[in-house]
Design a protein around this ligand. Structure first.
Ligand SMILES: [Zn+2]
Length: 291
């Protein structure tokens, strides 16, 4: 199958999967920029210059696509899958967020989700979320936010043009009859919860490793990435596929790609600007000129 531009269409794999992380390089040179970022971070003048450059790109842009990941939610206190707070009891989240784990021990998997739901219920959107609301208000339909987060913090902050790549932790989906319902009760009164219509087990309305992402959302993300003039990649390690392809589509199509993350990522060396730091600190400076 060929694209209209004649290039081979990549065979799409909608399955949620993580690539094997590579050791981050000690130093990254940015394409088209004289700035060199070290693992210790750019010094303040270079950071200010980079922020000013990103700000100019955003001000000139009419179409912006945003990809957010766990780092944005972590700044609000939502536990990530990786890092120091990644473990729950003695379990690694990657081993619980699978259909196999649910088939083996639905109660255990639900105990973990019930704990996550409680932590998320206590979390509040942070300044990074609100900067994205300001950006959407400015751009209107030129704005599209695709998130890997299942917590709903973007919507709570006020964003409307949000599409969920990995589902919704507040959605219960029946494994028997397919009935779905929103449920924000924390903690859930009975684990595992059961469908009121047919009595079968509910599962969380999220995408697990090995499961396909919603094809319509992913296609919309790729299309938005290919139309965008600027692509923001925020708080994501860019190792979870296929979401990690979104900025790569934007790069291919000629968008300016700006990454903000605490750590260097597999994407850092390819993007136009890669900033080390918290989205909640840096993004308000880029979007709103906040100091
Ligand atoms: Zn049911």
């Amino acid at each position: 199958m060929r694209c209209p531009n004649g290039r081979e269409q990549r065979k799409l794999d909608y399955t949620l999967r993580a690539s094997i992380p590579t050791e981050p390089k000690g130093e990254l040179t940015l394409p088209g920029a004289a700035t060199t970022i070290t693992r210790l971070g750019v010094h303040e003048q270079a950071l200010t210059d980079s922020i000013a450059r990103a700000r100019r790109w955003l001000v000139a842009a009419r179409r912006v696509v945003v990809l957010t990941g766990a780092g944005c939610s972590a700044e609000s206190g939502v536990p990530t899958f990786r890092g120091a707070d990644g473990l729950w009891r003695q379990f690694r989240p990657e081993t619980l967020a699978t259909p196999e784990a649910f088939a083996r021990d639905p109660k255990l998997v639900w105990e973990w989700y019930d704990w996550r739901r409680q932590r998320i219920a206590e979390a509040q959107p942070n300044p990074g979320h609100f900067a994205l609301v300001a950006l959407e208000q400015r751009l209107g339909e030129g704005f599209a936010l695709f998130t890997q987060n299942v917590d709903g913090l973007h919507e709570r902050a006020g964003n409307q043009r949000v599409w969920r790549l990995h589902g919704d932790i507040w959605l219960l989906r029946c494994t028997g009859c397919g009935h779905q319902e929103q449920n924000r009760t924390t903690p859930l009164p009975e684990l595992p919860p059961r469908c009121g219509r047919c009595g079968a087990l509910f599962r969380p309305g999220v995408v697990w490793f090995g499961e396909p992402l919603p094809a319509d959302v992913l296609q919309a993300a790729f299309a938005a990435a290919r139309r965008a003039e600027v692509c923001l990649v925020l708080g994501t390690s860019s190792v979870v596929y296929p979401a990690a392809l979104i900025p790569r589509h934007a790069l291919e199509a000629g968008a300016r790609v700006v990454e903000i993350n605490l750590e260097p990522t597999e994407l850092s060396a390819q993007v136009h600007l890669s900033l080390r730091g918290r989205t909640g600190l840096l993004l308000p400076r880029i979007v709103q000129g906040a100091e």
